[in-house]
Design a protein around this ligand. Structure first.
Ligand code: C2E
Ligand code: MG
Ligand code: MG
Ligand code: MG
Length: 272
């Protein structure tokens, strides 16, 4: 349903809220225009080494600067883009913009790791890896600077197709992260078979820390799991000092969250 209830609070398309075909069509055409008229932008959220506090990488997060609605978060338009196939054009734009920014940063002597998100429908595109690699190469960037973030459910939903996709990404020289780990329902056994570099622990687990001891135990267990499998780990959603302290005590290598840094435009990303 298309609703106008004011800046930032608008849900003009609700993926689960019935099928208002007209509202969907409206968003689709506006989103198509958003792509062609340059209304998409990327913000970057820093990821820090817990022990040293050094900036290690940044995650690119897409936003839609809509003339009417203001800054629209991806949760409100990625689902419709997925449904309509526009996600391929958006994904292409994201990777190209990210590479252009990475090249500007490189020219300034700043070379952070850079993560970007891939949603399930994008994984179906047969030339996905080739198109990402081409964008990186066009800017003369090292492919290993880039990490593709795929959610657990996307990766594990179709084991055969996506296992080979992960391998394809890694063979092309990129890194791969499982995003929102723990939020889906994968078996740990399957995880072992996956070729991934990094686990990103879903922020829902850290949310209960430190009050909820079982939440803490789960975060600690996921950190040991990553360690045992030789994977890097990022815990998402660090919002408080006690949470950061908890991660320090449990040897968490990397952390991301509002306490450490919110998503910001490229020129406001901290350099160290
Ligand atoms: P994600 O990849 O798990 O990205 C992290 C989300 O958590 C971001 O929301 C970020 O702003 C938010 N976040 C980070 N730290 C904290 C914290 O401490 N507390 C809380 N409450 N939230 C925190 P955002 O930017 O709204 O993105 C939401 C999701 O949209 C992303 O989740 C990702 O799945 C998707 N997305 C974003 N950009 C893209 C994109 O370019 N392509 C695709 N396919 N999906 C994207
Ligand atoms: Mg992500
Ligand atoms: Mg995430
Ligand atoms: Mg998330």
């Amino acid at each position: 349903q298309a609703k106008r209830s004011g800046r930032g609070t608008v849900a003009f398309y609700e993926p689960d809220g019935g099928d208002d075909a007209r509202a969907r069509l409206l968003v689709t055409s506006r989103l198509r225009r958003a792509i062609s008229e340059g209304q998409l932008l990327l913000q970057y959220q820093p990821i820090f080494a817990v022990e040293t506090g050094a900036l290690v990488s940044a995650e690119a997060l897409v936003r839609w600067q809509d003339p009417e609605q203001g800054l629209v978060p991806p949760g409100l338009f990625i689902p419709v883009a997925e449904d309509t196939g526009l996600i391929d054009a958006i994904g292409q734009w994201v990777v190209e913009e990210l590479c252009a920014q990475a090249a500007r940063w490189r020219d300034e002597g700043f070379v952070p790791g850079l993560g970007f998100n891939l949603s399930p429908r994008q994984l179906r595109r047969p030339d996905l890896v080739a198109s990402i690699a081409a964008a990186i190469d066009a800017h003369g960037l090292p492919r290993e600077q880039f990490t593709a973030e795929l959610t657990e459910s996307a990766v594990l939903s179709d084991e055969h197709r996506h296992t080979s996709l992960l391998e394809e990404l890694r063979e092309a020289g990129l890194k791969v992260a499982i995003d929102d780990f723990g939020a889906g329902h994968s078996s740990l056994g399957r995880l072992r078979a996956l070729a991934v570099d990094t686990l990103k622990v879903d922020r829902s687990f850290l949310a209960g820390v430190p009050e909820d001891r079982s939440a803490g135990s789960i975060v600690a267990a996921m950190l040991s799991l990553a360690n045992a499998l030789g994977m890097n780990a990022v815990v998402e959603g660090v919002e408080t000092e006690p949470q950061l302290e908890f991660l320090r005590e449990h040897g968490c290598p990397l952390a991301q969250g509002f306490l450490l840094g919110r998503p910001v435009p490229a020129d406001r990303l901290p350099r160290a």
